[in-house]
Design a binder for this molecule. Structure first.
Ligand code: XMP
Length: 511
């Protein structure tokens, strides 16, 4: 792999993704890893990421100079660039000329890494200290107003670095910089493709489970669907999937799982129609946390009963889990195969129903999971689906959940989704909740008559990761079409409103 050494900013995941976009497999490792630990992973190249520290800080993480004697190509970025300069005998100084944001970079001699770049362009900077003297044997290839040495390289030793951030979109030619280093200087060959990931995972799954039986839970979401499809490709009918239909999905989603997904994959699916039970338990409940608790508990109960049946019939030993790479990185885990009991993850399965996990997406980012889903032939709507909360429409009905209200919300939500897709805007937004204010009524007029109906709230948002979000500035024409169609097509709804709150202070969902 290409190892990305994480110096503690948010940039490491982005770097790892950019490297993968060049079809090179990458993994993130903490900066506390020793040189021998790094080398033990047989790295094709190493990228030292940016980080929040100053190399002058007492506890600033450094780089062991031994790393540069190992014959492995190393590329330093921002803090990693400075740490590299220091370890190799260059000078890093507190110049007092900090640079932050888009900054003009002047290329003095292009060398190998900056070969394609124009003499001057904007790059994204974020630094206080600067390299003032490059290490011996290194050519200085660029500078900026605040960084006398903004890029250096020693192609014979396959070492180079830049002060700016090539991984961010604000550095328009950044990907070219990474490409030049990894291909021209490091001499790597692109070999990591959707097809190769599928082949590798299929082999790994077969090796892990042998001829044992495997269980999976489908939710309608992307991750569980792709994970199950991969496992099915590896072991066919040794896999049984369970889909608990809690009756809180949007229009068409249950059918997508039960019909389209099964048709596309040939997966053996056990559908549990538990809508009545869930609705019964939710009757009269208005408190959001109470709703979540009830749904979580009912889900575990229902899944457990189904899992016991399948296990009794087939002797199941493994459970598929759609864990993604960002979760693995954030929980400080490595990339080895986890051997955790299922209830740590699915939450609440009893001890006597403990399975070993199969996690075929553990090394993948979300966009890669989508690409694999598409390659495996899964329904497009499923692969491209926006995030949707586990408790489903129950937390988008403000008030108690009833079948009538679910029907109203489903109809309104379908209109919003159809119009967003028709406008070609699915890729522009993160999520588009439609919320029914079920206990609110307002007066309206329709035809010749006065109406007294419910409002719905449109909550389209843009976001990177759901931690923060902004309301999406959808074109007025699209909003107008959604409003007209909802009030025409959903008789109980006579008012459509738009939520223009960012997160924070609002959350994405209303409950
Ligand atoms: P909020 O509303 O907190 O949502 O801004 C952030 C993201 O999490 C989703 N969400 C949930 N997902 N169970 C889930 O599986 C939940 O109880 C839940 N609540 C919120 C929400 O859709 C958004 O993507």
């Amino acid at each position: 792999p290409v190892l990305v050494v994480d110096f503690g900013a948010q940039y490491a995941q982005l770097i790892a993704r950019r490297v993968r976009e060049l079809q090179l497999y990458s993994e993130i490792v903490p900066h506390s890893a020793s040189v021998s630990e790094l080398l033990a992973r047989d790295p094709a190249a190493i990228v030292l990421s940016g980080g929040p520290a100053s190399v002058y800080a007492e506890d600033a993480p450094g780089v062991d100079p031994a790393l540069f004697d190992a014959g492995v190509p190393v590329f330093g970025i921002c803090y990693g660039f400075q740490a590299m300069a220091r370890a190799l005998g260059g000078t890093v100084a507190q110049t007092g000329r900090r640079e932050f944001g888009g900054t003009p970079l002047v290329v003095d001699t292009p060398g190998a890494v900056l070969a394609d770049l124009p003499a001057e362009q904007s790059v994204w900077m974020s630094h206080n200290d600067a390299v003032t003297v490059a290490p011996g044997g290194f050519a200085v290839t660029a500078h900026s107003a605040g960084a006398p040495v903004a890029a250096f390289e020693n192609t014979a030793q396959r070492l180079a670095g830049v002060q700016f951030h090539p991984e961010v979109a604000h550095t328009p030619r950044g990907q070219d910089v990474l490409r030049r280093f990894l291909f021209d200087v490091a001499g790597l060959t692109p070999n990591w493709t959707t097809g190769s990931v599928i082949d590798d995972q299929v082999a790994a799954i077969r090796a892990q489970v042998g001829d044992a039986a495997v269980l999976c839970a489908l939710s309608g979401g992307v991750d569980s669907a792709v994970a199950a499809a991969l496992v099915h490709k590896a072991i066919g009918d040794q896999l049984t999937c369970v889909f608990v239909d809690h009756g809180l999905l949007r229009a068409g989603e249950a059918e997508q799982v039960e019909r389209d997904y099964v048709a596309a994959t040939g997966i053996k699916l056990k559908v549990v129609d538990a809508a009545e039970t869930f609705l019964g338990q939710l009757a009269g409940v208005t408190d959001p946390e109470q709703k979540r608790k009830i749904i979580g508990r009912e889900f575990i109960r229902t899944f457990e009963a189904a899992a016991r049946e399948v296990a009794a019939a087939e002797g199941v030993q493994f459970l598929v889990q759609g864990t993604l790479y960002p979760d693995v990185v954030e929980s400080g885990g490595g990339t080895g195969t986890a051997n955790i009991k299922s209830h740590h993850n699915v939450g609440g399965l009893p001890d006597d129903l403990a399975f070993t996990l199969v996690e075929p997406l553990r090394t993948l980012f979300k966009d890669e999971v989508r690409a694999i889903g598409a390659e495996l032939g899964l329904p497009t709507e499923m692969v491209q689906r926006h995030p949707f909360p586990g408790p489903g429409l129950a937390i988008r009905i403000i008030g108690a959940v009833t079948p009538e209200r679910l029907a109203m919300l489903r109809a309104a939500d379908l209109v919003a989704r159809e119009e967003l897709t028709a406008a070609g805007l699915d890729g522009e937004i993160w999520q588009f909740p439609v919320v029914l204010l079920a206990d609110v009524r307002s007066v309206g007029v329709q035809g010749d008559g006065r109406t007294y109906g419910h409002p719905v709230v449109l909550r389209p948002v843009v976001s990177e990761d759901a931690m923060t979000a902004d309301w999406a500035k959808l074109p007025y024409e699209v909003l107008a079409r959604i409003s007209t169609r909802i009030t025409n097509e959903v008789p109980e709804v006579n008012r459509v409103t738009l939520d223009i709150t960012s997160k924070p202070p609002g959350t994405i969902e209303w409950e």
